[in-house]
Design a protein around this ligand. Structure first.
Ligand code: BDR
Ligand code: CA
Length: 309
């Protein structure tokens, strides 16, 4: 039986690769894709999610638009990383498949209530997930697990010195999700900054000789400039695909069950994921915080799956 997942996302080139990896994997059944405001405003993330489904030939996957702003603060976006559309790089056709009428939060609540064993995969700010938990607290005990990209420990921040983008955009939502009592797996920057699209890996995407291989190469080629300039890294970090890869091959990753709290008040440290990696408090563990990845194994999996899409 494939694992049932909902991808909650703000595409984003790396979100797009994550969606493709999920759609390419028979172990996973993508029940729906819910868009949230993040890298770019909601109108664009809902558009981009549909463009990715069309690229994969999967117009059967329903796409829902969700929250257009964080719970209690103004939206912060990341066009400086992802470009004005969020999916800058290759030119793709505007999507023809419709956006679903239902709100993403209603879709999440109704699906989790009606279906056993649903895993939520948030790849952007946690606004839709927190709103669903606020509206329907009963779903907390029905969610199989939340596997999210967000936060950082040793690597600290990419949007402020202490915060990672997804958590920083909506710290209140993140705080509520981490307190909800749902099993959580966190793929933080510490891991995703090791999943770099180096030149040989970029060449491997191109060498597929398929529209998907070419598009992924152009997406990652576009957004690598940000990380190369900022961190001097060897290529674009594939943050969000790590979430899907963890579902497929958890053996490629290692981490610890730790307590993670979200800073929601401090001006300097807003959105910081305070992970008790060394167990120096008596706060109960609430998340599996991943610390390392076999990057070659990850790229082998990704390249192999995308080549067959
Ligand atoms: C996260 O922020 C976004 O820019 C990426 O899509 C990823 O989800 C990395 O901090
Ligand atoms: Ca994202």
């Amino acid at each position: 039986m494939p694992q049932k997942i909902i991808i909650d996302t703000d595409p984003g080139q790396d979100d797009a690769v994550a969606i493709l990896l999920a759609l390419a994997s028979p172990e996973l059944e993508v029940l729906g894709i819910t868009a949230v405001a993040g890298n770019v405003p909601l109108e664009l993330t809902a558009r981009n999610a549909r463009m990715v489904c069309e690229l994969a030939g999967r117009t059967d996957v329903p796409v829902f638009a969700g929250c257009d702003r964080p719970l209690d603060r103004a939206l912060v976006t990341a066009e400086h990383v992802h470009g004005q559309t969020g999916l800058d790089g290759p030119t793709l056709p505007e999507p023809e498949m419709p956006l679903q009428d239902k709100h993403a939060v209603d879709f999440i609540v109704e699906t989790v209530r009606a279906t056993d064993g649903v895993t939520l995969c948030p790849l952007g700010p946690l606004t839709n997930i927190a709103t669903a938990l606020r509206r329907a607290p009963d779903i907390a005990e029905r969610i199989e697990r939340i596997v999210l990209m967000g936060g950082a420990y040793f690597e600290v921040g990419n949007i402020t010195p202490t915060a990672e983008f997804n958590i920083y955009v909506d710290p209140q939502a993140a705080d509520e999700v981490f307190r909800a009592g749902v099993p959580i797996t966190v793929l933080p920057l510490d891991v995703t900054h090791k999943a770099l699209v180096t030149q040989p890996r970029l060449d491997a995407f191109r060498a597929m000789g398929t529209p998907i291989g070419q598009t992924v190469a152009e997406w990652t080629g576009f957004f690598e400039r940000f990380d190369k300039e900022k961190y001097g890294s060897q290529g674009a970090p594939l943050h969000d695909p790590c979430v899907i890869a963890w579902l497929l091959r958890p053996d490629l990753f290692s981490g610890r069950e730790v307590n993670v709290e979200i800073e929601t008040a401090s001006e300097l440290c807003l959105g910081m994921t305070v992970a008790d990696w060394w167990g120096v408090t008596d706060r109960a563990p609430n998340a599996l915080f991943i610390g390392d990845v076999d990057a070659d194994g990850f790229f082998g999996l990704l390249t192999d799956r995308l080549a067959h899409l």
